[in-house]
Structures are given as structure tokens and as C-alpha cells.
Design a protein around this ligand. Structure first.
Ligand code: NAP
Length: 250
């Protein structure tokens, strides 16, 4: 198991990719803090799965786009002990034509997709460095860092910027033993993109761009994240990798 004895915090882990990452991490031996903006049945189910794998789980509600929530989340997370791994997964996608996009719509998306990851990484690194501990951060970007889809002039930049965030943070905390990497998922079967999967018009157009010819599953992102967070990736930092069935490379 790659993550035995580690404690991981996964944001937006109530469903979709975050849930997949949390469950793969538990399967690899990690205890997991399950964060989401909305908790209840969905987060309880994730926690139950983690516990059924013999690991500890803690659900922490927080809106990670808010500084006070981020600080509180890390405080409450201490219940599982010092955090070794942070996965910045929480994100939102809206589709608005460029000419119609409002300031508020821009801020709503960039605050969660980009600023939240920056704040969580900063809080994680400050604590780890203060306590003299090493760590690993995995940021979740998007295929849209490399491919244009209509109506995403706010979403796509927020995801491409995660590459720069990843590189820049990794350069500042490398000597403290903290590694920072990014995964760009392709089309992954989650509630966020269910409308694509259920559209007989759009789905074939998207799948035609994927070399492997089918959508990925949340656990596919989880496997890559587990590797990047593990000691097997001890000499990898500042990198962004596409886990997309060959979409970006086609
Ligand atoms: P999802 O199914 O919508 O799940 C995202 C989870 O994050 C939801 O549980 C959501 O809660 C939570 N969340 C949203 N805002 C939050 C906040 N401010 N604080 C804490 N939690 C918050 O999305 P997904 O498909 O799993 O996507 C996960 C990440 O992968 C996102 O960053 C997304 O941009 C990225 N991504 C996904 C795909 C894909 O094909 N699925 C492709 C590329 C990139 P609520 O539902 O209650 O709002």
C-alpha cells in the first residue's frame, strides 16, 4: 500500500473525483479528512466506505473559497493528527458565453477553482513548515488547460493557472520537503459532467477526441493522485500530468 500511515485531506470529496480520490487513498492505507461545502448523506457515505476499508475518516464541512472556513477546516482536521497530504479538488464549472460573462460569474468560479487551492496550500504549508513536517500537495486542474470548449473563458483560465500555481508553490517549499503536483483530468464520469454523458449529441463528439475512446472514472484520478502523493514520487514536484485517456495528446 502506497499511503500507509498517512493522513490526507481531500476537498470537495463528497462526490465525483474527490470521492474517488478519498476512496483510493483509503485503499492505499491513508486516513482521510472528507471535506465538502455540503455535508450529510453523501459525505457520510464516503466516510463509511473509508472506515469499511479499516481506515479513519473525518467529515469537515467548509467552503474552501472562504479564508475563515479554510482555517477552521485545518483546525478541525487535527482530530486525525498532522496532515501529510492535501488534495485541492473542489471546483465548479459554469458555461457562459464570453460576451455575457459577469464579474460575479468570473469571481464565483475563480474563487473556488484557483483561490481556494492557493489558500488551502498556504495553510497546509505554513503548518507543515512550522511543525517541521514534509508533505505532498496534489492540485486538480482540467483538460481545459489544453483544450478549448465554448463558454469557458472563466473556467479554463482558472484551471490553466493551477499549473503556474503548482510550479510556483513547489519552488518555494521544495527545500522544506513539500512536493506539489497537478493532475489535469479529462472527461471523468461524475455528477459535474453527467449532462455530457447523457447527451446523445455531445457525448460522441467528446469521446471522438479521446484516444482510448471512453470516459474515465473517478478512481483513475485517484490512482494518479495516490502515486503523486506517495513516496514513490519523491523526486517529482512542480509537474502537471494529463489523466485524460489521451485527449490532450491527440
Ligand atoms: P462534482 O461532481 O461537481 O464534485 C465536486 C464536489 O466539490 C461537490 O461535492 C461540491 O459540492 C464540492 N464543492 C464545490 N464547491 C466547493 C467549495 N467551495 N468548498 C468545498 N467543496 C466544494 O465535480 P467533479 O467532476 O468531481 O470535479 C472535481 C474537480 O475535477 C473539479 O475541480 C473539476 O473542475 C475537476 N475536473 C472535472 C472533470 C470531469 O470530467 N468531471 C474534468 C476536468 C476537471 P456541491 O455539489 O454541494 O456544490
Amino acid at each position: 500500500m502506497k499511503l500507509t500511515g498517512k493522513v490526507a485531506l481531500v476537498t470537495g470529496a463528497g462526490q465525483g473525483i474527490g470521492r474517488g480520490i478519498a476512496e483510493v487513498f483509503a485503499n492505499e492505507g491513508a486516513d482521510v479528512i472528507v471535506n465538502d461545502i455540503s455535508t450529510g448523506e453523501k459525505t457520510d457515505q464516503v466516510a463509511a466506505t473509508i472506515r469499511s476499508l479499516g481506515r479513519r475518516a473525518l467529515v469537515v464541512q467548509a467552503d474552501v473559497s472562504k479564508r475563515e472556513d479554510v482555517e477552521r477546516m485545518f483546525e478541525e482536521a487535527q482530530e486525525l493528527g498532522p496532515i501529510d497530504i492535501l488534495v485541492n479538488n473542489a471546483g465548479v464549472e459554469t458555461i457562459v458565453p464570453f460576451l455575457d460573462l459577469t464579474d460575479q460569474q468570473w469571481e464565483d468560479v475563480t474563487n473556488i477553482n484557483l483561490k481556494a487551492g492557493w489558500m488551502c496550500a498556504q495553510t497546509f504549508c505554513r503548518r507543515a513548515i512550522h511543525e517541521g513536517r514534509k508533505g505532498a500537495i496534489v492540485n486538480i486542474g482540467s483538460i481545459q488547460a489544453a483544450r478549448v470548449l465554448p463558454g469557458r473563458t472563466h473556467y479554463a483560465p482558472s484551471k490553466l493557472a493551477i499549473e503556474a500555481l503548482t510550479r510556483n508553490i513547489s519552488a518555494e517549499v521544495g527545500l522544506n520537503g513539500i512536493r506539489v503536483n497537478c493532475i489535469h483530468p479529462g472527461l471523468i464520469d461524475t455528477p459535474m459532467i453527467r449532462w455530457v454523458l447523457e447527451s446523445p449529441e455531445i457525448l460522441p463528439q467528446v469521446v471522438a477526441q479521446i484516444s482510448l475512446g471512453y470516459p474515465g472514472k473517478p478512481c483513475d484520478i485517484g490512482y494518479a493522485a495516490a502515486f503523486l502523493a506517495s513516496d514513490e514520487a519523491r523526486y517529482i514536484t512542480g509537474q502537471s500530468i494529463y489523466v485524460d485517456g489521451g485527449w490532450a495528446g491527440k
